[in-house]
Design a protein. Sequence first.
Length: 83
Amino acid sequence: MQTQTLNIALPKDLVKKVDNVARKEYRNRSELIREALRIYLQDKEEWQQIFRAGEKAMKKMGIKSEEEVDKIMYEYRHGRKSS
């Protein structure tokens, strides 16, 4: 794996937390931060996939706005059929 060095500024209390977790997990700062970024980016991508699927379903159902989704959800939760 090729690497690139980055310089970032973090609040001192965050650095202490990172160091504490890294020490408990027998890692160094870089390993912990790399993993945290990987997980964060993976989660972001998974949420984007969910939103894209939702938008696709909305289009298929002819729903044009989030307000329509809210109305449908309200009616569903209160036992009314959506018009």
